[in-house]
Design a protein around this ligand. Structure first.
Ligand code: FMN
Length: 160
């Protein structure tokens, strides 16, 4: 089973969180995972993935233009029925990262993907829409990113 983690990142913060989430996916076990900048997507691996985790910096309380461009131009992939999840990084707690997550989930639904937040049922981190990493206050919360990755991987295995 495969999971792709796709991200855009200009100053490295979203990339760093993507790699933490990858660690969590690996911790789940029996999953091949690739973490890829949107500039360098392994198309075959992406198409073969049962799960795709999308990560974006929060720009003007929404997704990055790079993420929007990739989604708009990704019609070569058939993502129908795959499990999708989202994470975002932001500077401020009220900076609009939840809106960025909703925008990603919205786009994934248009593509026919199943969407999963990671859930609150398992307790902390309580990811209502997906994982949010606030740079100023979450410097020591890297484990939450790993746990998010592990939960998405567990759900992919449960469904597929
Ligand atoms: C053009 C631009 C717009 C941004 N807008 C927001 C914003 O609306 N809210 C916020 O909390 N942070 C905002 N930020 C900060 C970034 O979301 C934050 O630094 C992010 O972690 C950067 O990710 P990166 O290092 O992967 O590029 C903005 C940054 C840029 C460059």
């Amino acid at each position: 089973m495969k999971i792709s983690i796709l991200y855009s990142s200009k100053t490295g913060k979203t990339e760093r969180v993507a790699k933490l989430i990858e660690e969590g996916v690996k911790r789940s076990g029996n999953i091949e995972v690739k973490t890829m900048n949107l500039d360098a997507v392994d198309k075959k691996f992406l198409q073969e993935s049962e799960g795709i985790i999308f990560g974006t910096p929060t720009y003007y309380a929404n997704i990055s233009w790079e993420m929007k461009k990739w989604i708009d131009e990704s019609s070569e992939f058939n993502l129908e029925g795959k499990l999708g999840a989202a994470f975002s990084t932001a500077n401020s707690i009220a900076g609009g990262s939840d809106i960025a997550l909703l925008t990603i989930l919205n786009h994934l639904m248009v593509k026919g993907m199943l969407v999963y937040s990671g859930g609150v049922a398992f307790g902390k981190p309580k990811t209502h829409l997906g994982y949010v990493h606030i740079n100023e206050i979450q410097e020591n919360e890297d484990e939450n990113a790993r746990t998010f990755g592990e939960r998405i991987a567990n759900k992919v295995k449960q469904i597929f």
